[in-house]
Design a protein around this ligand. Sequence first.
Ligand code: ADP
Ligand code: MG
Length: 404
Amino acid sequence: MQEKGDFFAKYLRICKKSSNFAGVLGRTARIGRIMEKKIVILAIESSCDDTSSAVIVDGVLRSNVIASQKVHEEYGGVVPELASRAHQLNILPVVDTALKRAGVAKEEISAIAFTRGPGLLGSLLVGTSFAKGLALSLGVPVIDVNHLQGHVLAHFVEPGEELIAATPSLQGVEIKHPSFPFLCLLVSGGNSQIIKVQRNETQDGKEAHLPHMEIIGQTIDDAAGEAFDKCAKVLGLPYPGGPWIDKLAKQGDPTKYPFAKPNIPGYDYSFSGLKTSFLYTLRDMIKAHGVETIDELAEKVPNLREDMCASLQATVIDILMRKLKKAAQDLGIRQVAVAGGVSANSALRQAFIDYGKRYHWEVFIPPFSFTTDNAAMICQAGYFKYLDHDFCAIDEVPFAKTTI
Ligand code: ADP
Ligand code: MG
């Protein structure tokens, strides 16, 4: 861990050694600017197939740049090796743009936050190595961020006025932050979890900015987003399938195909049986109509894809919300949030609003920009950890798998 004090001491030593008076003046002016004590956090997210960078200045999000990788579309899923290469191509322009949009010079950065995991190891290595290299060159500390915690902390991001003006998906959206304790349903391509989020303490007994998170239920097999993506693939829809299911479901009948629902105890989830049920429904229809492909079946069964999508979506949402309701009731918690890529789903967002009304919950639904992978949420986690003086060593390595 390198403290800010070490950085200044090193800087002053360099200035003292210098015989160039103008150089000393220039450096002193820069130190003066830094001494104004703005807290500037640069964040880098590269856990999967989005290269993203964001900047928070004194708690306010100034920029959030995301380069999504199109290279995977033709393969119907993320190809890890291609993802790493695309991150390498994207990372420099993405970070540069994030700093420029934030109006921040790299010398003003207080610390660099990076996603350490979970995720694809090759992808994580690109972001982690870049963060460490830049931090070393600037003499600032690094902060490791758990990607899953980042998704939950998306609820604490405070976008600045200029960013809101430049981002249509942030306009007209009520930005409100939950208080503690609250429950968060984290649903993404890799995770489906119910998380209890509470106040936390720092090592010296003060209230921490980074809350304590505890998983009280999670999928025992596939994630909700994975179920959407795999079922969409079976229907011949492009990757990622979640947004396509959302779109087609709007014209479909959610009661048309009754798919299997899991019977798992406690607050845990399971989606693999639903995936099989979806597959077998299609297989049986293909057989019954004497056709060979989904396209041929779609010609014989009107509204096939729309009805299948609507029924799948309704089943996933029902599974998710029942367990969440049980957890909220059992724990007596009425503040309920949703996070992760699947929280972009319009029907799930509506289900939150409906459950909120019915069960007197205060619900927290993130703006679209902070649902799928983004560096704004990593930056928020980094900002909290900076305030808690929670840095990591420069030789920390990324991890592919970890819990919250
Ligand atoms: P991860 O962190 O696991 O990489 P993300 O948080 O980026 O995942 O979320 C990606 C997942 O979100 C994908 O499975 C994608 O299909 C799903 N997704 C994105 N938008 C929607 C939507 N509108 N409806 C349903 N699923 C969606
Ligand atoms: Mg994610």
